[in-house]
Each structure stands twice: as structure tokens, then as C-alpha cells.
Ligand binder design. Sequence first.
Ligand SMILES: [Zn+2]
Length: 167
Amino acid sequence: MRPWPFAPRPFDEEAFGSWFGRIASRYQLSVIEAWKINQLGTFPTLTNTGWILFPSVPESTLDVLATLARLDTDRLMRIQTPSDWIVDRPDLPYCFKCLVLNPLDVTAPRWKRRWLDPGINVCEEHGTDLERIPASIARRAWNMTRLLSLVSKYRRLPSGIRPSKRY
Ligand SMILES: [Zn+2]
């Protein structure tokens, strides 16, 4: 098994889906294509928000991913999504400032894992109410670059014509 020529590092506060979505973006693939090309096993069943809420990955698969990305498996274990967070929801909360201003690397916007907690409403960094993107829009993104562009596009819509945030 040969490591990828380039692999973005996961950030400790990042969601696994965000990290894998950035890898897919780097190789101009969709998340599903990147999963299949790398023979990572059965693609998991996702909730209505798509791959950003990525269910916990088996350790044997994390070992393969760690080899491909030249990382310790531990690093990937730390960013797994708790199983009780894997639920359908009307929208996904996020803080736009935190999303686009990653203090560790301004060129690498990433989705924080804690935004996937179904009970979260406020940004811990900024103390502001989190913005929300409808699940249906998140699901439409095929990789992280595409998700960021859909988020930006959605934010620019006047609130009156935004698709309903509720089911
Ligand atoms: Zn923030």
C-alpha cells in the first residue's frame, strides 16, 4: 500500500468527515469516489446531512487511512464522531468565522467536530449564535471545497428566499 503523495493533516478539533472531505477535494474526487478508489470497504450509511456527519470508522479502516496519510491511527481515532450524534437533523450549525479562519492554517478551512453535537447552539470561541445550513444543502456537496462554496452561496441569499430551515 503506497501512501498518498499529498495528505492534509487532520486538525484536532476537526470532524473526520471534514478531513476526509479535504482529501477528496485535494484529488478532485467526491467523498464516495475517494472512499471507493482507496478500497476502504463498504461506504457507511449516512444521515440526511451527508458525509460531513461521518459515522465512526472501524479501527482496521483507520489503520489503512493512517498508512495512506502517514499518520498515527490515534490521530484519526480522536476525530471520530460519537455514535449518538449520528442522527437526522433539519440543519447543521457552524460558526462562519471559525470555519474560514482556521488559526492553525488559514488556507485550510475545516468543519469542527463539536458543531456536529446535536445540542450545540453557540460558538465557544466567539460566544455568538451559530449559523445554520439546511441538511439538504450539506448533503448536496460532494467534497469539502464544494461544501464551503455551498455554505458561502447560501449565506449570500436574502433570508426571505432561503429554503426553509425546518422540515
Ligand atoms: Zn466561532
